[in-house]
Design a protein around this ligand. Structure first.
Ligand code: F6P
Length: 319
């Protein structure tokens, strides 16, 4: 394979730039030409495609976001536009594509794969909701950002003896709340994988209060269908304490990537390029038990994420 493309798609994640850098430099090292595609599938449809050189990716390793920009393409959900995208790649002579993104981006990649393009998926999403890989690029940075927020919030929450509800990202997967909850010592972790009603949250906060806790921290994933403001109101009624809510929002998605994310990005992206160089059919690259692995792209999309109940239960014991 002589010419490959790279794009980032869906929500940006810290470490995507490190992945782009690895695609470009590994590609050049293997004597391939690498083309950068702007704004994900949107830029592909519009032919917003340019050749990248080694210097194009200088000084981006430490930056969050994505230098190629990203988008959630609505057009790409339609067959006629996917056909158009496949033709566009043909026009540019691009035989293989590295897609850096989450589930939706991989599904788009799989459609291109059905049209004869070799597509390698590199996992980039802070939600960590891809089933075939233990971690995705951006998750570690986001968890550490949330941890920093918890540390700050603890100061004020304990000083005022309040309950504080922190609502973090994660629509279908509660990993951000789960991992930050264990490491940050949350009293209650509310995630989509575990049903918990408002009364149970109050019971747990009251239990902590009776055992002498000065304040309570509740970490709630956005995918849990319970309004944070409503929960705060009920908590105030049921306990003798004031309650506050914090929704950090996009703060979680930005920032300089951690070492773990830069390494995961560099290794998975370089592996994706190597697989394209070897003319391997479409795959998704990831990490399992510390080893870089790859899974057939169509299968990777189907794999359901396994819930880490052990982490959840440990967090409960240690709370
Ligand atoms: O990238 C995933 C995610 O962060 C979700 O947790 C969140 O719900 C969503 O993106 C928000 O994305 P946007 O508002 O940029 O479409």
């Amino acid at each position: 394979m002589k010419r490959i493309g790279v794009l980032t798609s869906g929500g940006d994640a810290p470490g995507m730039n490190a992945a782009i850098r690895a695609v470009v430099r590994q590609g050049i090292a293997l004597n391939m030409e690498v083309y950068g595609i702007q704004r994900g599938y949107e830029g592909l449809l519009d032919g917003d495609i340019e050749k990248m050189e080694s210097y194009s990716v200088g000084d981006i390793l430490q930056r969050g976001g994505t230098m190629l920009r990203t988008a959630r393409s609505k057009r790409f959900l339609e067959d006629k536009w996917i056909d158009h995208a496949a033709k566009m790649l043909e026009t540019f002579g691009i035989e293989g594509l590295v897609v850096i993104g989450g589930e939706g981006s991989f599904k788009g990649g799989n459609e291109l794969s059905k049209r004869g393009v070799k597509v390698m998926g590199v996992p980039g999403t802070i939600d960590n909701d891809l089933g075939y890989t233990d971690y995705s690029i951006g998750f570690d940075t986001a968890v550490n950002t949330i941890l920093g927020l918890i540390t700050n919030i603890r100061d004020t929450s304990s000083s005022h003896e309040r309950s504080t509800i922190i609502e973090v990202m994660g629509r279908n997967c509660g990993d951000l709340a789960l991992y930050a909850g264990l490491a940050g010592g949350a009293d209650v972790i509310m995630i989509p994988e575990v049903d918990m009603d408002i009364k149970e949250v109050c019971r747990r906060v009251l239990r902590g209060q009776r055992s002498g806790k000065a304040h309570s921290l509740i970490l709630k994933a956005e995918g849990v269908q319970m309004d944070a403001a409503e929960l705060a109101k009920v908590l105030e009624e049921m306990t003798s304490r004031e309650a506050r809510t914090v929704v950090p929002g996009y703060i979680q998605r930005g920032g300089s990537p951690t070492e773990a994310d830069r390494r995961l990005a560099s290794q998975t992206a370089a592996k994706a390029v190597q697989l394209l160089y070897d003319d391997t059919p479409s795959r998704a690259i990831g990490v399992q038990e510390g080893q870089i692995i790859s899974v057939e792209l169509a299968k990777a999309i189907e794999m359901k994420r396994e819930f880490r109940r052990d982490i959840y239960e440990l967090a409960e014991i240690l709370a």
